[in-house]
Ligand binder design. Structure first.
Ligand SMILES: [Zn+2]
Length: 264
């Protein structure tokens, strides 16, 4: 308990630093602190390590992607750091895994943690790296090539990046929490669940997820505001935002991996 208390202060210091350098907004900082406390309380430094592996690699990829996108003159999202919606879209599954484990310790929650973060990594890696694909991405439901950055579109570069992101997280998680054959099973299960969860994310993203057309630059975007003006709705349901879809698909991937481990 004492260690947790001390940890809370140290974590608050890091979150404040991330807020100061515009990596997190105020709400994003609070959500990150809560997430960190629960995951550390349940899974200790190993759980925190996995969380950090996801958030640090994603932030670095986003920063690198932003530079590349500026060079390619494609659209860049205006950002003041991650807000609570974005933190929970990717870390919500990990939060439930930690809360569940604190109430009733079981390997199921570990698979939910690893699987949900694997899917979140697949999604982030696919969108940050895939947008750099030289070929125009192929929209799996419209059955034609579309402009870069649209939900529902895939490219071979994006799919490769999704697989690398998913299996990187599952490799780290399985090695930290499991041994021998069990570790190999968890690696395969969580990695595959993460990759397939990202496919589900793409399908939902291309169908019911809301998207808008910017009145100023004409781009198809996921946010309601772009170039400083309110956009026209293009498709989907307003409540099914990108964050909601990310949360649902990452949690679904983690739950699938968790249920499968009960059978094996
Ligand atoms: Zn615009």
């Amino acid at each position: 308990m004492m260690a947790w208390f001390v940890f809370g202060f140290i974590l608050a210091g890091f979150v404040l630093a991330a807020y100061k350098i515009n990596m997190l907004t105020l709400s994003g900082g609070l959500a990150s602190w809560g997430l960190g406390m629960v995951v550390y309380g349940a899974f200790g430094f190993k759980g925190l390590g996995l969380l950090l592996l996801f958030f640090i690699t994603s932030s670095l990829l986003s920063k690198w992607g932003k530079v590349k996108k500026l060079q390619m003159r494609t659209i860049v999202k205006e950002s003041k750091g991650r807000d609570s919606g974005q933190v929970l879209a990717n870390g919500g599954g990990a939060f439930f895994a930690g809360a569940g484990y604190l109430l009733l310790p079981h390997p199921f929650w570990l698979l939910l943690l690893i699987g949900s973060l694997a899917e979140a990594a697949a999604d982030t890696w696919a969108s940050e790296v895939g947008v750099l694909s030289r070929a125009e991405p192929y929209h799996i439901l419209r059955r034609r090539r579309v402009e870069r950055g649209i939900s529902g579109a895939v490219s071979s570069l994006g799919l490769t990046a999704a697989a690398v992101g998913s299996f990187l997280i599952s490799a780290a998680g399985s090695l930290m929490f499991f041994n021998g054959t069990q570790s190999l099973i968890v690696f395969s299960l969580a990695g595959l669940a993460g990759f397939l969860g990202n496919m589900l994310d793409t399908v939902i993203g291309g169908t019911v997820q809301v998207s808008y057309r910017c009145k100023r630059c004409g781009a198809e975007v996921e946010e309601r505001f772009h170039c400083g003006v309110e956009c026209d709705k293009l498709k989907g349901w307003s409540v099914i935002t990108n964050n909601a879809v990310n949360f649902a698909s990452s949690t679904a991937a983690g739950l699938t991996a968790g249920v499968l481990i009960l059978w094996i």
